[in-house]
Design a binder for this molecule. Structure first.
Ligand code: FE2
Ligand code: FE2
Length: 158
């Protein structure tokens, strides 16, 4: 790991840690929860991070992905997370069936997981539709498109 790579990873850790703390305060309705502090963190820390990546990191990475990487790898990471949420929601739904006193805790967990999955899925679908499908439609014949669709449908029969 390079020193710069490590700095970026560490900054990511800080961002997600701080965001998770703020979100927990807001979701749990803690007395110290301050929407203004959350909003300031987002505007002052998270937004410049995204802008900086957009301007400097992505242009540096784009040719590297073309030469050495795989453009769909990030989407496969999304699918890993989606599968993880599905598994956790399934477990929570199962636990709720026989739940007693711990019911409200499980319901909170289910709400949280459902909202997280919804957010991830929304951005995931948008990426497929804005980036992949236009290429797919423009550059593959109708027959090739149909073969892909048939292949996708076979996953429902597994
Ligand atoms: Fe980032
Ligand atoms: Fe997908």
């Amino acid at each position: 790991m390079s020193a710069v790579g490590e700095a970026i990873r560490n900054h990511h850790q800080e961002l997600i840690h701080t965001l998770t703390e703020h979100v927990a305060s807001v979701v749990e309705g803690r007395a110290e929860a301050d929407p203004q502090v959350l909003a300031s963190f987002l505007v002052d820390e998270l937004l410049p991070h995204a802008i900086g990546e957009e301007r400097h990191l992505y242009p540096a990475v784009e040719p590297l992905v073309k030469a050495h990487g795989q453009a769909t790898a990030t989407m496969s990471v999304d699918h890993e997370f989606i599968e993880g949420y599905i598994r956790q929601i399934q477990e929570t739904a199962q636990a709720l069936q026989g739940a007693g006193d711990d019911r409200s805790k499980l319901e909170d967990r289910l709400r949280r997981l459902a909202l997280q999955l919804e957010a991830v899925l929304r951005v995931h679908l948008e990426k497929e539709e804005r980036v992949y499908l236009p290429l797919f439609e423009r550059h593959l014949s109708e027959d090739e498109q149909q073969r892909v669709l048939d292949g996708m449908h076979s996953a429902y029969e597994e």
